[in-house]
Design a protein around this ligand. Sequence first.
Ligand code: 8YV
Length: 324
Amino acid sequence: MKPAVLLYKKIPAEQHERLLQHFRVYTADGLDAASLSNLDEILPVLDGIIGAGGKIDREFLQQTPKLRAFSSISVGYDNFDVTALNERRIALMHTPSVLTETVADNIMGLVIASARRFVELADGVKAGEWQASVGPAWFGVDVHHKTIGILGMGRVGMALAQRAHHGFGMSVLYTGRSPKPEADHRFNAQHCELETLLTESDFVCITLPLSPETYHLIGAAQLVKMKKTAVLVNGGRGDVIDEEALISALETRTIFAAGLDVFSKEPLPVSSKLLALPNVIALPHIGSATQETRNNMATCAVDNLIAALSGNIEENCVNSRDLK
Ligand code: 8YV
């Protein structure tokens, strides 16, 4: 009998078809409490699960005693209790690489849009406020030849540095446990302490995953070190920033602006104070949300599930070392 899998996110028909060729496929619309209550009889028979989002903790895993592989249609895996997965020897697969360039495009877009105030000024035009040639009240700040500070010089950080340095002539600073010779060589990038990056950068861009080490890495004490003209961009995870501290810093113009694709709570509640601030661009977590990239992520995640359930966890497995 084919292994049983649960698909809890819509994927392109071609990829759904591939799952059907290999597995008995059950479907659900998400993994929230309401969807889970319909899955009582399915969870205990599952060999694999594929989808994105949801909280996968010990309590969830208790309901899936046969589970061998979880294929997340994402690169981030902060919603998983990896220790609990390891204890149960469940492989956690993810989709790095395929979204790198698209996420970097989005972050660079936020850099430009925040610096040049695209959203605020376009809203002004729509509201009939463009009555004369633009003066200082609508001026932005330059991007080209400024300094970009990248928190997290991983795949996305490298792709962002490529755009910033070679496209916009920017100087690149970055933090991280150790220097990355490839970044230094390709982008003349400089590895530095967080404090130096904050004080010297015109654009501070977060590409970090969420972990106990990165939780609220940017709070009031860090924001106050940034230049008054600086822009903070977050394309990693919302909780890397202390959102309350950021709101205060934007209200008091401690920094110039923020471009945010990710938030502490998603979807961002309409009551969030961030939405009342003119110097904030808030996007609905669209870093990887292009047709091509979401297609590639679904393909990669299906490949990953097929591989993992046939015992191959060489590629794209978060916890392969722990399972050896
Ligand atoms: C999406 C992301 O939120 O991959 C990630 O970690 O943050 C984004 O690409 C996710 O893939 C949802 O489908």
